[in-house]
Design a protein around this ligand. Structure first.
Ligand code: BTN
Length: 281
């Protein structure tokens, strides 16, 4: 018998339930696929993109066998508890500006967490969504360009929803969280997904119509890395400094502690940014 506390645990995702609740214009409106198991929703969305699917096509999975994180990492994807999905986007942006889609998705995800739970969500540069010190969502955008081929972006989002601390693998126990862990209640994943898609679409539309300056401004309001002492790992090298701001290209500007030089780092060059404990602004 479902109790109030666990009524949403493992309730399956369904296309009908989502369509009945979703109030977007484009995201999830042309095509929704729900897979019980898939390698990676990003792979499937890419295949749909190559086959000519329309912007907003949505691929969801209950579990992923090869969920990918940034920089070749693995994304923990246990069945039935969380959200793993990819959206196919065809942004009317020059290719060198598609990285702003990632920043916009960070803003939209943080907005959604706030709207759902009232909790203060923040973004750890470049695009980890945190509540408190714990990462609850990750974003992986992959761009497809090529001569004679339509280019598109796959926006992949993993949001930990009903995951509990006991379900975390040892390497994640310190750093990962979920909506349920943060808010101390379980969630209807359809409700969470609908709100998340609405906020992702709003942020994306903001980027397309208002341009990157508007997204960067909102991104900075959420970014908890700014003003903190950070440790940067770049390949074999590691160095420290104070994160000063995010520039108009989305790069992190850091004053290096050894020589006070300003160093600008792009998300793609960085293995790890660690915010030093107790070093708040
Ligand atoms: C990160 O923080 O490293 C990004 C994680 C992105 C995970 C999502 S889950 C849905 C989509 N499919 C994948 O294989 N990855 C993304």
């Amino acid at each position: 018998v479902p109790t109030e506390a666990n009524q949403f645990i493992k309730k399956p995702l369904s296309v009908d339930a989502l369509q009945g609740r979703l109030q977007t214009r484009v995201f999830g409106q042309s095509l929704i696929e729900i897979h019980q198991q898939i390698d990676s929703t990003n792979n499937r969305a890419r295949a749909l993109g190559l086959a000519g699917a329309a912007e907003g096509a949505l691929v969801l999975a209950e579990t992923q066998t090869a969920g990918r994180g940034r920089r070749g990492r693995h994304w923990h994807s246990p069945p039935g508890l969380n959200l793993y999905f990819s959206l196919l986007l065809r942004p009317a942006l020059p290719p060198d500006q598609t990285s702003f889609v990632t920043l916009a998705a960070g803003v939209g995800s943080a907005e959604a967490v706030r709207r759902l739970s009232g909790l203060g969500a923040s973004i750890k540069w470049p695009n980890d969504v945190l509540v408190g010190e714990r990462k609850i969502a990750g974003i992986l955008t992959e761009m497809e360009t090529g001569p004679g081929r339509p280019s598109f972006v796959v926006l992949g989002v993993g949001l930990n929803v009903n995951l509990q601390a006991e379900g975390l693998p040892p390497e994640l126990t310190e750093r990962a969280g979920s909506l349920a862990m943060a808010a101390n209640r379980t969630w209807d994943r359809i409700e969470v997904l609908a709100v998340l898609l609405e906020e992702l679409e709003r942020a994306y539309q903001d980027l397309i119509s208002g341009g990157r300056d508007r997204i960067i401004k909102r991104y900075k309001q959420f970014c908890r890395t700014i003003g903190r002492e950070v440790r940067i790992v770049q390949g074999e090298a590691a160095w420290e400094g104070r994160a000063l701001t995010v520039d108009d290209r989305g790069a992190l500007v850091i004053r290096r502690s050894t020589d006070d030089r300003l160093i600008t780092v792009n998300a793609g060059e960085i293995m790890e940014v660690r915010i030093k404990q107790g070093a708040g602004p």
